[in-house]
Design a protein around this ligand. Structure first.
Ligand code: ATP
Length: 441
């Protein structure tokens, strides 16, 4: 188990403005969370790091931003209308609802994870519950206007396969990447932002020739695993879990989950699947459009296979938060620090005037702050004593604190304090920009 408790993380998130309960003043709303000033920066950084790694740093992947609302036929073709269901059971003793596949026990007799009573699935069979959130397009609320909030971003990619292929003159192998909101009416949401009803996904559909699929599948599992490591996640808390035969969807050739050891146990951050040609075949059939790829070398038309690395932005963000949090003893008092990777930290630098009542110090601090803002996310803070400000910045992961004091007015030097080592050094204002660029960019 991880060392930090979820309570500590949830309370830090609220106290410091990372994550708030959705519609909190109305008592909240089932498993919906709002990202506050710090959370929105962190989540943007997670998405930017992903985009940089899979789109900007590569020549073989194109980006996309497809609409959330799609033609309802998409969801028929993808199998979501008929098959995107969870088995729902009610415990007769405590009246709580559960996903039958999440309960412990054997195939027929399960143990209620609320009150411990037995749930007999033969006498009390699970009902299949579709997870898609329905809505209506246009003024009439009848069956002809029903559509869904997308439960995954992937289908927006599949329906644009030909558009991207043709507009970008692509040849296999190539991929399409997308980040966006998805919605699922989860039966048993929980564990803070781990399982919610509105969340963001970052997905790639990577199109390959059928013969190359297995090789690319293995490469993507490795590439995606390494991404979490490169962003500082503790190696011992990350694992790969290949799916067993009986766990695979009927069309999937293989699937591996990347799991993180959260305080509530090992849980999925991302899945990498070899989906064969299932999705393009389904859309070709339902739309009546030819979605085959013409392979010029072979002079052949065929449907590409697809490797899908599909991750959750909120789950990755939560894992980065949990993993970065530590508490230390410093000179007899407790210091909480978020040792986030430099690319993820919400604020890179805090500029702190030692005496906020001294107008010259304030002026100098504000000048330094605005010039640093050209290159970094910087915060000016004079709302507490310097000791408190340092602790506060540590707790939100700010990498460097730049302090301006009386001496700075004379020698034009400032103190730079490092978040992780807490070491301080004096450097000249003129070399500040260069110093920080070397550390942060
Ligand atoms: P789980 O088994 O945990 O429900 P899943 O296997 O159904 O997840 P996928 O459909 O493979 O999930 O979705 C890809 C990724 O999207 C997941 O790895 C996860 O990071 C994220 N995700 C899926 N459902 C949710 C949710 N309800 N809340 C937050 N993130 C989610």
């Amino acid at each position: 188990m991880s060392d930090v408790s979820m309570d500590t993380i949830v309370s830090l998130c609220k106290r410091r403005g990372f994550i708030f309960q959705g519609s909190e003043i109305y008592g909240g709303v089932g498993s919906i969370w709002d990202y506050g000033p710090l959370g929105v920066e962190l989540k943007r950084n997670v998405k930017a790091a992903w985009w940089k790694s899979v789109v900007h740093r590569r020549d073989d992947i194109e980006g996309l931003d497809a609409a959330i609302l799609m033609n309802p036929s998409v969801w028929k073709a993808s199998g979501h209308v008929d098959g995107f269901t969870d088995p729902l059971v009610d415990c007769k003793s405590c009246k709580k609802r559960f996903r039958a596949d999440h309960l412990k026990g054997d195939s027929d007799i399960k143990k209620c994870s609320g009150c411990g009573a037995q749930i007999n699935l033969k006498e009390n069979p699970p009902r299949l519950f579709n997870l898609m959130l329905k809505t209506f397009l246009g003024p009439l609320e009848d069956s002809s206007s029903v559509t869904y909030l997308r439960p995954e971003t992937a289908q927006g990619i599949f329906v644009n396969f030909m558009n991207v292929l043709n507009s970008r003159s692509r040849k296999l192998p190539f991929g399409i990447a997308q980040i966006g909101k998805s919605f699922r009416n989860e039966i048993t949401p929980g564990n803070f932002t781990f399982r919610t009803r509105e969340f963001e996904q970052m997905e790639i559909e990577y199109f390959v020739t059928p013969e190359d699929a297995d090789d690319f599948y293995k490469r993507w599992v490795e590439t995606r695993f390494n991404w979490y490591l490169e962003l500082g996640v503790t190696k011992d808390k990350l694992q790969l879990r290949p799916h067993g035969e009986n766990e695979l969807a009927h069309y999937a050739k293989a699937c591996t989950d990347i799991e993180y050891l959260f305080p509530f146990g090992w849980s999925e951050l991302e899945g990498i699947a070899n989906r064969g040609d299932f999705d393009l075949k389904q859309h070709a059939e339902h739309s009546g459009k030819d979605l085959t790829y013409f392979d010029q070398t072979r002079q052949q038309h065929y449907l590409p296979y697809v490797i899908e690395p599909s991750g959750g932005v909120d789950r990755a963000t939560l894992a980065f938060l949990v993993d970065a949090y530590r508490e230390e003893e410093v000179k007899g008092s407790k210091r909480a620090v978020l040792s986030l990777h430099k690319d993820l930290a919400p604020y890179k630098i805090a500029v702190l005037p030692l005496l906020k009542k001294n107008p010259e110090i304030v002026e100098m601090a504000k000048k330094i702050c605005s010039s640093l803002k050209e290159d970094f996310v910087v915060k000016y803070d004079d709302t507490a004593s310097i000791g408190k400000l340092y602790r506060r910045q540590d707790e939100i992961g700010t990498l460097y604190c730049v302090t301006i004091d009386v001496q700075s007015l004379e020698d034009k030097q400032v103190t730079i304090r490092d978040r992780d080592t807490m070491e301080q050094e004096r450097i000249s204002v003129d070399s500040l920009q260069k110093y920080l660029k070397e550390k942060l960019l």
